[in-house]
Design a protein around this ligand. Structure first.
Ligand SMILES: [Zn+2]
Length: 214
């Protein structure tokens, strides 16, 4: 997702959209990091290195056409124990795309992922911009866990106010799904936010896991 203006989705939104996952409540100090829009040479190797430094696992929602250009990075994600989710092939906006075209695009992304990395037991999908029509959602729900997020890092914002962004990020709680982007556009912010975030919560005894939702 990108282009969100709110840091935390309002509760009423969760109430009217059953079948979507915003967080995975637990008492075990587990945080779920997610990275959208990659993989890309400029950002993804950096993310993988930093995650490795903190022994953190994460879930990557890849854009099919990016993954196609960066097959080795997709393989490296999987080999490092991260989970790979579907973020459409062309980063489509569900509200602006007829259901049939949208679903074909999701399938194209999935076929590509499945051809490169071993299929995982659960299939994850995150709609670009958080936008899906009811029809699209109804069909995708049958095959995918649809993952949104509880905490938005703000890494996509130009001229990001770092102290404020970090203050908000440090309010993350156990079970929260946190959104970052491994994209060229977000790299400048990500490079600063991600290691600080990981250090802050590691020091406080948190661990970072993939969205294992069996
Ligand atoms: Zn996105």
């Amino acid at each position: 997702m990108r282009g969100h203006f709110f840091n935390k989705p309002p509760n009423w939104l969760k109430f009217i959209t059953p079948g979507l996952t915003w967080l995975l409540p637990n008492d075990d100090k587990i945080i779920y990091l997610t990275f959208d829009d990659g993989p890309v040479e400029k950002a993804t190797p950096y993310v993988l290195d930093v995650l490795n430094d903190f022994k953190a696992k994460a879930s990557f929602f890849v854009v099919g056409e990016m993954a196609e250009k960066n097959t080795a990075l997709l393989q490296r994600m999987a080999a490092s124990g991260h989970l790979i989710g579907n973020h459409t092939y062309k980063h489509l906006n569900g509200w602006k795309t007829p259901a049939q075209i949208y679903l074909k695009d999701v399938l194209k992304c999935q076929q590509f992922i499945d051809a490169i990395v071993p299929a995982s037991s659960i299939k994850l999908f995150r709609p670009p911009y958080g936008r899906l029509t009811k029809t699209q959602m109804g069909i995708l729900k049958k095959e995918y866990k649809i993952i949104l997020c509880e905490k938005i890092s703000g890494d996509f914002q130009p001229n990001l106010d770092f102290p404020r962004a970090l203050r908000l990020l440090y309010e993350t709680q156990t079970g929260d799904i946190v959104l970052f982007h491994d994209s060229i556009k977000c790299y400048q912010n990500l490079e600063i936010l991600l290691p600080k975030f990981l250090a802050f919560f590691s020091e406080r005894g948190y661990t970072f896991e993939t969205l294992n939702m069996d």
